[in-house]
Write a protein that binds this ligand. Structure first.
Ligand code: V47
Ligand code: SF4
Length: 380
């Protein structure tokens, strides 16, 4: 008998599930590379079993990337944890009035961190932190220029739209002018933080004083127009519902149709330690894996889906590779404090390349070191 092809196999697997017949149309769309609707996205969250979402997401993941699982060699610099904003879920920041309890690095201190990686084959520096009123656009442009002078090949990825919105407003520059200035100084791409949940009602309850959805999307759009690539995150598993998650992903999918500038979507699991939302329970591992799977099915125009292992934990990140994820971030070192402070089991998020490769191959996937723009550096 002839072996079924992947598409026939997918349909057979879906049909074998008790709820399979209700999802035949979605399965056919997935096979035909057709986009699912918002209603279908909500249906998947609400009514599909974890197994069904896994089968669909894994089909898409393997069609896009086969078994390849990407990671990069990077290090983080967190210039400050002093922040003018007061997001309720944040365990990391200290208000300016309590700045003596926090830290704020000088350019020299940050350059010392950069120099400590001399001779080590990292490809990216990821700069992200709080919003300190005294660290302005000129300060960061100067710092980025110094990095590029010292190590021109190191890719500089930095600043959430929240940090940039504040810097541009303080400098009295438009988003376009501010982005151009940073780009000219050597900023090459942007991480995806600060997006949280775009819905205004939820945003008001968890992070009311920082940039809104329109502002966040505008900054990423301007970066894309300059030829920069950026990521997008979504903070899930707190007070939002499935409709809010789909609304968030829909706004990102629409901007991606326009600019094609996003590389990666990164769902971030809400962690509830040491913050003003500690009363909100954390999502289950089932919910986390479903989140990844539905994201992979819904975000058809995003090339990559990332599980950020320092937040999720390494074993759960390994598991996510069967739920649509093709990227598990990098060999970051323990300077990353955001998640250890919010209660992640990864108190010291440092993993060597050997450990990352082992983690990926244990899950039956093929580890590929990438650079920031997903050019392949080494296949393992
Ligand atoms: O925007 C803060 C999140 C984000 C908590 O683009 C929390 O490659 C969970 O965006 N529980 C910043 N999450 C980090 C970020 C990021 C990280 C890694 C890679 C990339 C990338 C981007 O951290 C914030 C917020 O959504 N966060 N507190 C918390 N308690
Ligand atoms: Fe500040 Fe970011 Fe924390 Fe919000 S999440 S308080 S913007 S550091």
């Amino acid at each position: 008998m002839q072996k079924p092809n992947k598409e026939e196999q997918l349909i057979a697997e879906i049909n074998a599930l008790p709820e399979g017949k209700n999802f035949k149309k979605i399965a056919e769309k997935v096979i035909a590379d057709e986009r699912i609707t918002d209603e279908e996205g909500i249906l998947l969250f609400d009514k599909a079993s974890l197994g069904l979402t896994a089968i669909l997401a894994n089909y898409i993941r393997e069609k896009k990337h086969g078994d390849k699982t990407f990671f990069n060699r990077n290090f983080h610099i967190e210039p400050t944890n002093v922040c003018v904003f007061s997001c309720k879920f944040c365990s990391y920041s200290r208000l300016y009035a309590h700045r003596d309890e926090g830290w704020a690095l000088s350019k020299e201190q940050m350059m010392d961190i950069v120099k400590s990686y001399d001779g080590i084959p990292v490809t990216e520096v990821h700069i992200v932190g709080g919003v300190h009123p005294k660290m302005n656009l000129d300060f960061f442009c100067d710092f980025i220029s110094q990095i590029k002078q010292h190590r021109p090949q190191l890719h500089v990825k930095g600043f959430t739209a929240v940090e940039l919105d504040y810097m541009f407003r303080k400098a009295k520059l438009s988003v376009k002018e501010g982005m151009k200035k940073l780009h000219d100084a050597g900023l090459q791409s942007m991480p995806g933080g600060g997006a949280e949940i775009f819905d205004p009602e939820i945003r008001k309850q968890i992070c009311e004083d920082k940039v809104d959805a329109e502002g966040w999307l505008k900054i990423h759009e301007e970066a894309h127009l300059l030829g920069m690539h950026t990521n997008a995150t979504m903070l899930y598993g707190h007070i939002e519902n499935y409709g809010h998650r789909i609304d968030h992903m829909s706004r990102l999918r629409n901007l991606q149709d326009k600019t094609n500038g996003f590389n990666t979507f990164i769902p971030l699991k809400f962690r509830n330690k040491n913050n003003d939302m500690s009363n909100v329970p954390e999502s289950s591992i089932i919910e986390d894996m479903k989140m990844y799977a539905v994201a992979r099915i819904y975000m058809d125009n995003f090339p990559h889906l990332k599980a950020y292992w320092p937040m999720l934990g390494r074993q759960n990140a390994q598991l996510s590779l069967s739920f649509g994820v093709d990227d598990i971030d990098g060999t970051i070192d323990d300077s990353t404090k955001i998640y250890s402070m919010a209660g992640s089991e990864e108190q010291s998020p440092k993993m060597s390349t050997d450990e990352l490769v082992m983690l990926i191959s244990q899950a039956g996937r093929k580890a590929v070191e990438r650079d920031t723009l997903y050019n392949e550096v080494v296949q393992f």
